[in-house]
Ligand binder design. Sequence first.
Ligand code: NAD
Length: 271
Amino acid sequence: MANNLLEGKRGIIFGALNSQSIAWHVAEKAHEQGARFVLTNAPIAMRMGEINGLAEKTGSKVIPADATSVEDLEKLISESMEILGGKIDFILHSIGMSVNVRKGNHYTNENYDYTMKGLDVSALSFHKVMQTAKKLDAMNDWGSIVALTYIAAQRVFPDYNDMADNKAYLESIARSFGYHFGVDKKVRVNTISQSPTMTTAGSGVKGFSEFISFSDMMSPLGNADASACADYCVTLFSDLTRYVTMQNLFHDGGFSNTGVTQQVIERFSEE
Ligand SMILES: NC(=O)c1ccc[n+]([C@@H]2O[C@H](COP(=O)([O-])OP(=O)(O)OC[C@H]3O[C@@H](n4cnc5c(N)ncnc54)[C@H](O)[C@@H]3O)[C@@H](O)[C@H]2O)c1
C-alpha cells in the first residue's frame, strides 16, 4: 500500500542486519512510500553481506559506521547529505546490544566494562547520532528522529538484564534532545516501544520464544510484528505527525495497559 507519504524525503536508517531486523522492514516500507535513504550498520555487521541485497532492492547506498564512533558518524552524515543531495528528513536508530546478555552474565553479576559497552552501543549512540547531526546542521526543519525501545525501561522483565537500564537511558535522551532539537529546528524525537519481535537482537534474550507467546496472550490485539512497526515508523517520518515529539510511544497491541487477559486466566484454569 503506497501513498507516497515520504515522497521527496531523505533519510538514514541504522540497524538492518538481516531480513528479520525491524530496520530492514522500515527500509522496505520507506522505499515503498517514496523515501530515499542511506543504509548503515557497524562495519563488523557488514561482513554478513545481507545489507547489500536490501540496498539493491531499495536503490540505496550503504555506508558502514560504528554508531559509538563520532568520527564514523560525522563521515556517515556528511556523505549521506552528498549522496542524497540535501539535508536529512528522518533518521531511524534501530540499534541494541548487551555484552552481559551475550556472555550470560546475570543482572546481579555484571561485568561493568561490558555494561559500559552495552550502554554506549544501545543508548549513548543515540545522543551521538543527534549531536553529530545537529553540529553538522544536517537535519531539515520538521525532520523526525525515531529510536526503538522496549517496555523493560518501565517494568521489570528479569531476563532483559542491563538492556532495561540502557532503554531507560535511551528514552530519556529522546526527551532531553527532543527539547533542544525542537526549539532549534522543529525536529521531533521519539522512541517507539515495540512488542517482542523475533530478530537477532531479540532472540539473544533468555527464554525469548516463551516470552513472545506470553506477551501475545497479554496483548488484546496480539504482538505487533516488525512489519507493523515499520508502518508506524513511516507515519512518524511523515508530515502527518509533525507535533508528536519527546514521547515514548507504545506499539504493542495494548500490552502496556493490560493487567491480565481472559486468555491468560483460562491457561491457569486448565491446570
Ligand atoms: N526484537 C525485539 O523484541 C525488540 C523489541 C523492542 C525493541 N527492540 C529494539 O529494536 C532495535 C532493533 O533490533 P532488532 O530486534 O531489529 O534486532 P537486530 O539484531 O536485527 O538489530 C540490532 C542492530 O544493531 C546493530 N548494531 C549493534 N552494534 C552496533 C554499533 N556499534 N553500531 C551500529 N550498529 C550496531 C546490529 O548490527 C543490528 O543491525 C533495537 O534497539 C532493539 O532493542 C527490539
